[in-house]
Design a protein around this ligand. Sequence first.
Ligand SMILES: [Zn+2]
Ligand SMILES: [Zn+2]
Length: 346
Amino acid sequence: MKAVRYDTFEGPLRLVEVPDPKPSRDGVVVQVGASGLCRSDWHGWMGHDADVRVPHVPGHEFAGTVIETGGDVRKWKKGDRITVPFSMGCGSCERCRAGDEQICDRYYQPGFTGWGTFAEYVALPYADVNLVRLPDSMTFTTAALLGCRFATAYRAVVGQGRTRPGEWVAVHGCGGVGLSATMIARALHARVIGVDIAAEKLELARSCGAEIVIDALEGPDVAGAIRELTGGGAHVSIDALGSPATCRNSILSLRKRGRHIQVGLLLADQSDPPVPMSQVVARELEIRGTHGLQARQYAGLLDLITNGQLHPEKLLGKTISLPQVGPELAGMGSFPGVGVTVAVLD
Ligand SMILES: [Zn+2]
Ligand SMILES: [Zn+2]
């Protein structure tokens, strides 16, 4: 099969011929229909992710068709149209038995711990625990957009954030995951404030349902502005970018007993940012991380989409072909553009 592979970190991303994958006993092989490009893929290529071993095939936000199943797979067969959470649970460790497959002790992440989806085919283990059936009406491109951004945003807003109708949700960083969170919060009838430093992203945030947008470059005190606009602070605040500044702003923009949800990855030299803990104590704030979404929780997300309440396709920037993935991915180091790029395979 053809796959986009790099042999050294920051090295060339080449489209090469590699052997077709075989399914493990509990796994499947999926023909990739579409696979979204994500900044996490770029971080992996840069060598920021300890899970990635070279040579490596990146790609983790995808959808496709099962073409082969291992002997122990019971729930899936050839021809099934599926996606999977970006972090797949083993189904048998302590975390998985508690229903938290998204933080499995033996997690498998295609495109990180194993070869990913910028390829014609991908092998996935733990199929019965992790595969998610796609509605017939959903295209692979739309399903690829759910990838990590929408699924992660859904868990941030619904699961970890426990967002209720009428509450204020501040979204710091209006890239893919921030816009996803904005749309999901709106679908739940919450009120959204979007914060970014790029006018085009703030415009998109508005079109995704943000009632108020704030250009963080225009004033020195984003958090103070949010507290004022919301009469005390947001009920839920999401750092969707992942930086010491947005993490701090997010926590400080909360009202008392508010919930900060850390979604954006803090990597390399930013992995240990200062946290205004005195305010966490004084205002009884909650700080929670979020790391993906269990397969069984996709039902609520897919319902919002098939009911027409959520439109992930709004996030689509452009589609490209597999040979274009390498150059596109290498260029993601400059600040990511507007909209998600999805590689569509024939
Ligand atoms: Zn597990
Ligand atoms: Zn991703």
